[in-house]
Design a protein around this ligand. Structure first.
Ligand code: CAO
Length: 486
């Protein structure tokens, strides 16, 4: 048996094992990658010093290793029987990198002393990420750039990359070791794939010998946006084609851009976030009376106050105490990005489709200002004059169908936000004025104006108990309008 140890890796010590690419019984060729280790400055693969069969593996994911640490044993091909492990140190990762690249007919322009990244192929139009829109797409793009960046400087020292602040990987126990027949990919590409949660078995490698390049990961992710959660292709997921013309006259209408983009975004949100909708009702009798007293004044200022503007204020107040409600889940699923601002997306119905402009700093604005701003944004939306900046940066979204009708609905969360409040139509209901004390003699039914609330939330981030505490808080705020002033 040959005992493979960590070779000379320069000044690095206590480096984390981030991938174990082989397991006992696996056949490896000379220079095949065995283990990936990653310091805070560079990622390196340890190549096999011999061809043979892997025996015992001495390290686990997350272990810390330094030069000389035992990694695993290999029974060389020509060696028939067990023997005491021979001490063989693999080539330093950088040398191995050059050797294996040469073996595969690849060329590297860099005078590398550490494994280098291939030149990425010319980048094509980046339609999917930009269509995906918003922070998610930006994060995607920045990671893609990071994976494209050469990891080696001319000096030969592993480069310090700005992306070193990249989020931590998932807990090692959850990260399955790729099989040894995993396609070739450089450490940076592997890391890029890990961060995006891409199983390296899936993308098609377009590099030499099927090597996976950053572009392949990006193409796979772009494609995944259009696929089902189970990994089916869009075609497999589509309903069976039915020729409607067989049953009567039909005509076709092309979908406009807004509808196509929002269809994609809604489908993605529905697929990525496990949705739950919490329903409640607020007694807004007093609030409605208050709104009426303000109507004349508002008219003089040229604005119209609707229930929605009061709900915006109530949401802004409630969000103070519910930071998770104004958060997003990081792409690697390991952190919540809590927004300390209260920018509210407001769904606007237009003849071209649904758009969601954002009203900023709602917590710092008065009712009239909000009404004015929302009216302007809605006008702009209907005139198709909203720019991308008008629709970015929301911490939470409200969708009001109350002006149209309905008693409740199940809105789709505007991912990467984690919750969305739907409003339905006010109605008058008989409410027992003694709470649950139905036997009380002086109890009676009173007509009360109620506003139906439907809070949809991403159950990966928001627990049901938190959601119902949030709606309960909203109900209290809306039932006692004086609280909106606090
Ligand atoms: N119950 C009863 N009446 C309501 C109400 C409610 N919950 N909310 C608003 N109204 C009333 C308003 O007071 C107004 O009455 P008047 O005409 O008597 O003044 C009327 O309904 C129309 O209101 P509005 O819709 O013009 O104004 P708004 O501020 O409430 O909403 C906007 C603005 C842009 C959100 C809205 O016009 C809109 O586009 N809503 C549709 C959003 C949508 O499509 N969501 C679905 C997304 S899919 O999940």
């Amino acid at each position: 048996m040959t005992l493979v140890r960590v070779p000379d890796i320069g000044d690095f010590e206590d480096v984390e094992v981030v991938e174990i690419l082989v397991g006992p019984g696996d056949r490896v060729e000379l220079e095949d990658s065995l283990v990936s280790i990653e310091s805070d400055k560079a990622t390196m693969e340890i190549p096999s010093p011999v061809a043979g069969e892997v025996g015992e593996v001495h390290v686990s994911l997350g272990d810390r290793v330094s030069e000389g640490s035992p990694l695993l044993e290999i029974r060389p091909l020509e060696q028939a029987d067990d023997a005491a492990p021979a001490e063989v140190e693999p080539a330093a990762p950088e040398e191995a990198s050059r050797a294996s690249a040469a073996d595969r007919g690849e060329t590297s322009a860099a005078p590398a002393t550490a494994r280098t990244e291939e030149e990425p192929p010319p980048t094509g139009p980046r339609s999917a990420p930009s269509e995906a829109g918003g922070e998610e797409a930006e994060a995607f793009e920045s990671r893609a750039k990071e994976a494209e960046a050469p990891e080696v400087e001319a000096s030969g020292e592993p480069a310090l990359r700005p992306g070193d602040a990249a989020p931590r990987r998932p807990p090692v126990a959850e990260e399955p070791a790729p099989r040894p027949d995993a396609p070739h990919a450089s450490p940076l590409v592997r890391r890029f794939a890990r961060e995006l949660g891409v199983d390296l078995q899936r993308p098609r490698g377009s590099g030499p010998q099927g090597r996976i390049l950053p572009e392949d990961i990006k193409a796979y992710v772009r494609d995944a946006f259009g696929r089902g959660a189970g990994g089916e292709s869009a075609a497999e997921e589509s309903p069976p084609a039915v020729d409607a013309a067989r049953f009567g006259p039909v005509h076709e209408e092309p979908l406009g851009k807004i509808r196509r983009v929002s269809a994609r975004n809604l489908a993605r949100s529905w697929r990525t976030a496990p949705h739950v909708t919490q329903h409640d009702e607020a007694d807004v009798t007093e609030l409605e009376a208050f709104r009426k007293t303000l109507a004349e004044d508002a008219k003089e200022r040229g604005v119209k106050l609707s229930p929605l503007h009061f709900v915006m204020k109530a949401v802004a107040i409630a969000l103070r105490d519910f930071p998770d409600m104004r958060s997003s889940l990081s792409l690697d699923g390991e952190r919540l990005i809590v927004k300390d601002y209260v920018h509210l997306g407001i769904a606007v119905d237009t003849e071209h489709g649904l758009v969601v402009p954002v009203v900023r700093d709602v917590d710092r604005k008065g009712l009239h200002g909000l009404a004015e701003e929302l009216a302007e944004l809605a006008d702009k939306a209907r005139a198709r004059r909203l720019g991308p900046a008008d629709m970015q940066g929301a911490s939470f979204t409200i969708s009001s169908l109350g002006g149209i009708g309905g008693t409740a609905f199940s809105p789709i969360v505007n991912v990467p936000e984690v919750a969305l409040l739907g409003l339905s139509k006010l109605s008058v209901k008989p409410v027992w004025n003694a709470g649950l004390d139905v036997g009380r003699e002086d109890g009676r039914f009173e007509p009360r104006i109620t506003l139906p609330l439907s809070l949809s939330y991403d159950h990966r981030v928001i627990d049901g108990a938190v959601a119902v505490r949030f709606t309960t808080r909203l109900v209290r705020l809306l039932s006692h309008p004086a609280h909106l002033l606090l």
